[in-house]
Design a protein around this ligand. Structure first.
Ligand code: KG4
Ligand code: ZN
Length: 340
C-alpha cells in the first residue's frame, strides 16, 4: 500500500510516498529555516504563505521522486493537529482537494503520532508495550503505547517544551534559530561542567523547562557581573565564544539529564515495557542519542518534521481499523491532545 503523506504543521513544507508504513519511496522537505533565521523565530502568517507557494511543487516532486503517478497512490495522509493554524490549513486543504480530485481515501494524522512512527521507517521495529518520549518544539511528553495506534500520556510538561527551551537558551547566548542544532554545535566545543544548573523539583513523570531557561539567564548575568535587571537580549554582546560554548554544553547536559531521569522513572513504573522510542525534533540531539544507547531513535533526517512519518502513522491507523475521514468536512485542531 502506497501512501502520500503531507506535513505542514509548522515551518517545513513536506510530502513523501511510503510503502506499507516502512519503505520510503520519496521524502521531500522544504524548510523555511532560512526565512525565520533572520527573525529569530517563526512568524505564523509568513509560514502559511510559504507553505502555499511550496505545497504543490513539493507534492509533485514527492510523486515523481517515487516514480509514481496518482494511479499508484492508495491513500493520502495529512497532519491536521496540532500546530500553527494557518500552516495546518494549507496542508489539509491541499490534501482534501487532492483526495476529492483523485478519489483517494484521506487520513488525518496527529503530529505527535507521526513523530512516534518515524521510528518504524528504518531498521528493526520496536516491540510493544513501549514508552515514547516525544520531544519537539511544542511538546514534551512520555506516552505509554500498549499496541499500535494506542496512546496514553503518562507525563507532560507543565510549562515550556524542551525544544522551546533549547530555542530560548540559544537566543540568550546569541546563537542562531533554530536553537537546538546551534546549541548542540556550540556545546561540542564547551565544558559541560563549567556551570551547575538545577533540575526541576517536580515529582512524578511531569516535566518543567521554564526554570532551566531562567537558571541559564541568571548564571550568564552572574558570570558577566550584571544585575538581573539587565536585558536578556543584550547579554550575547558581552559573552566570549568560550563562555557561549560552556553555557551551551552545561545547559545541554542538564536538559539531557532531566529527560533521562524522567524516562528512567517511567520505566521503573512500567516494568512491562519492551522498548523505548524517542521522537520529535530534539531526538536529533547527539548527546541525547549517546545517553540512551538502548532506545530507538529515528534516522537523523527523520527526527524533524517530514511527510514520511505522516504516511507511516496513517498506515498503522489503517491496519488498526481506523476509517478514512471525510475530505469535505476534515477540520484542523491547533491544540488537540494525542489521546483525543
Ligand atoms: O519536531 P520539530 O521539528 O517541530 C515541532 O513539532 O515542534 O521540533 C523542532 C524542535 C526545535 O525546538 C529545535 O530547536 C529542536 O527541535 N531541535 C533540536 C535539535 N534539532 C532540532 N534540539 C536539540 N538538539 C538538536 N540537534
Ligand atoms: Zn514536529
Amino acid at each position: 500500500m502506497k501512501i502520500l503523506g503531507i506535513e505542514t504543521s509548522c515551518d517545513e513544507t513536506a510530502a513523501a510516498v511510503v510503502e506499507d508504513g516502512a519503505k520510503i519511496l520519496s521524502n521531500v522537505v522544504v524548510s523555511q529555516i532560512d526565512i525565520f533565521a533572520e527573525y529569530g523565530g517563526v512568524i505564523p502568517e509568513v509560514a502559511a504563505r510559504s507553505h502555499l507557494e511550496a505545497m504543490m511543487p513539493v507534492v509533485n516532486k514527492a510523486l515523481s521522486d517515487a516514480g509514481c503517478t496518482w494511479e499508484d497512490i492508495d491513500a493520502i495522509a495529512v497532519t491536521h493537529a496540532p500546530g500553527l493554524l494557518g500552516s495546518l490549513l494549507i496542508g489539509t486543504l491541499t490534501a482534501r482537494t487532492l483526495a476529492i480530485l483523485h478519489d483517494k481515501p484521506l487520513y488525518a494524522v496527529h503530529h505527535l503520532k507521526s513523530h512516534v512512527y518515524a521510528n518504524w521507517l528504518s531498521g528493526e521495529k520496536p516491540a510493544f508495550p513501549l514508552l515514547a518520549l516525544v520531544i519537539s518544539g511544542g511538546h514534551t511528553q512520555i506516552l505509554y503505547m500498549p499496541a499500535h495506534n494506542q496512546f496514553e500520556i503518562i507525563g507532560t510538561t507543565r510549562d515550556d517544551a524542551v525544544g522551546e527551551c533549547f530555542d530560548k537558551v540559544a537566543k540568550i547566548l546569541g546563537l542562531p534559530y533554530p536553537g537546538g542544532p546551534s546549541i548542540a554545535k556550540a556545546a561540542s566545543e564547551g565544558d559541560a561542567e563549567k556551570c551547575k544548573l538545577p533540575h526541576p523539583k517536580i515529582e512524578g513523570l511531569d516535566f518543567s523547562f521554564s526554570g532551566l531557561k531562567t537558571a541559564v539567564l541568571r548564571a550568564v548575568q552572574k558570570e558577566l557581573g550584571l544585575p538581573i535587571s539587565h536585558p536578556s537580549y543584550d547579554l550575547k554582546n558581552h559573552l566570549s565564544e568560550k563562555q557561549v560554548a560552556d553555557f551551551a554544553a552545561s545547559f545541554q547536559k542538564t536538559a539531557v539529564e532531566i529527560l533521562c531521569e524522567k524516562l528512567a522513572l517511567a520505566l521503573e513504573q512500567h516494568p512491562d515495557v519492551q522498548s523505548v522510542v524517542i521522537a520529535g525534533g530534539v531526538s536529533a540531539n547527539k548527546a541525547l542519542r549517546e545517553a540512551l544507547p538502548e532506545a530507538y531513535f529515528p534516522a537523523p533526517a527523520l527526527s524533524g518534521d517530514n511527510g514520511a512519518m505522516v504516511a507511516a502513522a496513517a498506515y498503522y491507523e489503517i491496519i488498526s481499523g481506523v476509517e478514512p475521514t471525510d475530505p469535505y468536512s476534515l477540520n484542523i485542531y491547533p491544540r488537540i491532545s494525542i489521546e483525543k
